[in-house]
Design a protein around this ligand. Structure first.
Ligand SMILES: Cc1ncc(COP(=O)(O)O)c(C=O)c1O
Length: 449
């Protein structure tokens, strides 16, 4: 008999992952009987944990009324209500929302809206975008071109637009020089951004794009104090827009609904996704300032973009319920409380660990960075694939977490990202750190440390 072939193209074409068949709160249940503590909500997605009964009910209710109607003909009740919830109070001047199906689509829409805005106001020369190295903005070609992660870009480099250039990230652990104060570091990064505007020609730059807290590529890296104020000022001075990618760090993950609230600035355009729908439906969104949207309304009258599943009613109904639950259950307070506990426990467990160089994050968004040598901040040899070993050991020990490699420059470095559901209990936070500690030590032992 022919060997059974798995027809799904999984992430690894050599291994089929176990089937997940159920979940409850922070727990996921695998077909082989394993119970996995989901300490990263997949990739910072499942902010309410799994199978929240209110969200399941909201999806059922919407599905029984109307599953889909194309946005070329109709709006829908959940889309209008969700929009009102997100931008009805115009946070930071963001007054309109464009619903898509994920983070990459939200970033693509953000890039295109910025470009169209400048075409409409008679500044068509603005066609350059400045982003940062070691960032991730998604995997579609536009979003990938914006991203600055060398490994992700490499095979597709010939296809990526030259409209994007990259400056040094605000990644103090690796980029701040030892003699520099934090303020010196911020000043150097601001000077570099200013120099990049000058190199390109300030009137050719449409926008600067950045993650307020860098997620997947570097592991929960918040910017030093004053960095985003400096960036905002440079964009304003040159008439360029600021696009913030909060696909991973947004919607409460860092303790405020938007990560930018903690920076004392607001963007002109913002991308959100993961925590918007909490994984219950595929949904992302672009939030846009009133100024940009009103300009286009008064100009051509339409955003020249679109997808078949814009503002999908089921996705909007699920996200609306997720956002209502975050309010009703005061989950942002919980993110702050549990976040402090997670920081404390990580510091107790790894603060003196000889191979943990940095513990960083905000809210319920934390990472540890593994190093071969703490004093020199020297990463492990990438050939050891330490992050993969930690992922496997953690899973074996009943913990789902999100380790990645290439932390330093897209090639070298290992970190483990944690993004527990906002509903995690104190006991579950303790279990996450205990299980992670065991997986890290076991993996280090297996590579001879
Ligand atoms: C900051 C950031 N932007 C964009 C994306 C792309 O989102 P998606 O995978 O939903 O397309 C991600 C995904 O991890 C992300 O972390």
């Amino acid at each position: 008999m022919a060997a059974h072939k798995c027809r799904v193209m999984h992430r690894s074409l050599r291994q089929t992952p176990p089937k997940a068949f159920g979940g409850e709160g922070v727990w996921l249940f695998a077909e082989d009987g394993r119970k996995i503590l989901d300490s990263s909500g997949g990739a910072a997605v499942s902010c309410l944990g799994h199978q929240h009964p209110r969200v399941i009910e909201a999806i059922k209710k919407q599905a029984s009324k109307l599953a889909y109607a194309h946005t070329a003909f109709f709006s829908s009740e959940p889309a209008e209500e969700l929009a009102e919830k997100l931008v009805g109070h115009e946070p930071g001047g963001l007054a309109y929302v464009y619903f898509v199906s994920g983070g990459s689509e939200a970033v693509e829409a953000s890039i295109k809206l910025a470009r169209q805005y400048f075409v409409e106001i008679g500044e068509p020369r603005r066609q350059r975008f400045i982003a940062r190295r070691q960032s991730y903005h998604g995997n579609t070609l536009g979003a990938l071109a914006a991203g600055g992660n060398a490994w992700r870009r490499e095979p597709y480099a010939p296809l990526l637009s030259q409209a994007f250039s990259h400056v040094t990230p605000a990644f103090a652990y690796h980029e701040k020089r030892d003699h520099e104060s934090e303020a010196d570091f911020v000043a150097r990064l601001a000077a570099e951004l200013e120099a990049e505007f000058q190199r390109l020609g300030p009137d050719t730059v449409a926008a600067f794009i950045a993650e307020p807290v860098v997620g997947a590529t570097s592991g929960c890296v918040p910017a030093p104090d004053g960095y985003f104020k400096a960036v905002r000022e440079i964009c304003n001075r040159h008439g360029a827009l600021l696009i913030l990618d909060e696909v991973m760090s947004g919607m409460g993950r860092t303790g405020t609904l938007h990560a930018w609230e903690q920076e004392g600035i607001a963007p002109d355009i913002q991308a959100i996704a993961k925590g918007l729908g909490g994984g219950y439906q595929p949904i992302g969104a672009m939030l846009a300032s009133g100024r940009i949207t009103d300009t286009i309304r008064d100009g051509s009258g339409a955003f020249q973009h679109g997808h078949t599943y814009l503002a999908h009613p089921l996705a909007c109904a699920a996200a609306l319920e997720v956002q209502r639950i975050i309010d009703d259950e005061h989950l942002l307070d919980q993110v702050k409380d549990r976040g402090r506990q997670l920081e404390r426990r990580l510091t107790e467990r790894f603060g003196n660990h000889r191979h943990v160089g940095d513990i960083r994050g905000r809210g319920l968004f934390w990472a540890i960075e593994l190093v071969a040598d703490r004093n020199r901040r020297e990463p492990f040899d990438p050939a050891l694939k330490l992050h993969q070993k930690i992922k496997a050991a953690a899973f074996e020990g009943g913990l789902g977490c999100y380790p990645s490699g290439g932390t330093v420059d897209g090639r070298r470095g290992d970190h483990v990202l944690l993004a527990p559901p906002y509903v995690a209990t104190p006991n579950e936070i303790d279990m996450i750190v205990d299980r992670l500690g065991r997986a890290v030590d076991l993996s280090l032992k297996n590579i001879g440390h």
